[in-house]
Design a protein around this ligand. Structure first.
Ligand code: ZN
Length: 333
């Protein structure tokens, strides 16, 4: 996978010194290595599209082990310069984060991924809420997709108790650091996310068009665009394939137009040229990314796609990715 990604312009940084255990095996009274998080909010629901963390708001979590691992490197690819420049200029696509494998003392049988923004100004509640919101949206799309694929399997006459592989999104919790012995990396007061994700590796499924074609991920990608009426795209579909072929996703992000600004631009309500420029800058990446990339990211339809979108029209009709009843450059075919 590394070579393939490198050929797509991503720089892989295998720095041996960056991989290692930050700390491990905290025992009672060990004050030298300590990291305690407080859960501030959760993105969990009980739909079929999420894997909940099991944590509750205001719960304090003692991190018992924290390590940097090669298997999680794919989480950082979104923030490489070559990729960043092609995405919208907002937190979800631009704020680089560090990712660690974390163990929590009260849940010793599970493993988590802890993510913290590299820049101090992005380690705040207002930034982290976007991570939760995108995970929640992706989980909601996954839920709809799972219902749809079950219905398809039922109609195809398969065994009723035989569930087809499904898509789940790890539901993160937003945490605040309350005690730390790593003030440079994880300072007191900083916000981070904790994802219920035990797999050793994160694999890109739909990212920049260079990934191996994974049917379930591709069908989910297309279905999410379709079920949002082309208004949103679930981007950076990454995670792990489970034994039964199901997918567990982590840290997805949603490409969506800025609702107010897009409408304002098209109604001509922008007050001056400067505002118009700002609006165009906001609208541009959404339209361009969606129109240019849908085909690249989704080179062919799966059998499941053909059932819900036989014309593959999700981003090609007038009411396209921007969701507006105008020709926005997406009506190419
Ligand atoms: Zn398709």
């Amino acid at each position: 996978m590394g070579a393939a990604l490198a050929s797509c312009g991503l720089r892989l940084e295998h720095s041996a010194s960056a991989i290692g255990v930050l700390f491990s095996g905290i025992s009672d009274g060990d004050a030298e290595e300590e990291l305690v998080l407080e859960v501030m909010s959760t993105a969990a629901d009980d739909s079929s599209g999420v894997r909940p963390s099991g944590f509750k708001e205001l719960q304090q979590l003692q991190v018992s082990r924290l390590s940097t691992e090669h298997g999680l490197e794919a989480l950082s690819f979104r923030y490489s310069e070559s990729v960043r420049s092609t995405w919208p200029d907002d937190y979800r696509f631009q704020a680089s984060k560090r990712s660690w494998r974390a163990s929590i003392a009260s849940a010793p049988d599970k493993a988590y991924v802890l993510q913290m923004a590299t820049r101090a100004e992005e380690r705040v509640a207002d930034a982290v809420k976007w991570d939760l919101e995108d995970a929640k949206s992706a989980g909601s799309y996954a839920h709809r997709f799972n219902l749809y694929s079950r219905e398809q399997a039922r109609e195809a006459g398969g065994p009723t108790d035989d569930q087809p592989p499904c898509v789940k999104v790890a539901a993160p919790v937003a945490c605040r650091v309350v005690k730390t012995n790593f003030p440079a990396l994880l300072p007191v007061g900083a916000y981070c996310t904790l994802w219920p994700y035990s797999d050793a590796e994160v694999r890109k499924f739909v990212f920049n068009g260079c990934q191996d074609f994974v049917e379930l991920a591709q069908a989910f990608f297309h279905h999410s665009a379709f079920s949002s009426s082309g208004k949103e795209l679930v981007c950076d579909i990454q995670g792990a394939e489970q034994e039964d072929g199901s997918l567990l996703l982590i840290d997805p992000c949603i490409l969506r137009p800025g609702k107010v600004t897009v409408s304002a631009l098209l109604k001509g309500s922008a007050k001056d040229d400067r505002e118009r420029e700002d609006l165009a800058a906001c609208l541009g990446p959404v339209v361009n990314v969606a129109a240019d990339k849908f085909d690249k990211l989704h080179p062919k339809c799966t059998q499941l796609c053909k059932a819900f979108d036989p014309q593959r029209s999700t981003v090609k009709r007038k009411v396209g990715v921007c969701g507006l009843d105008v020709t926005c450059g997406l009506a190419r075919g």
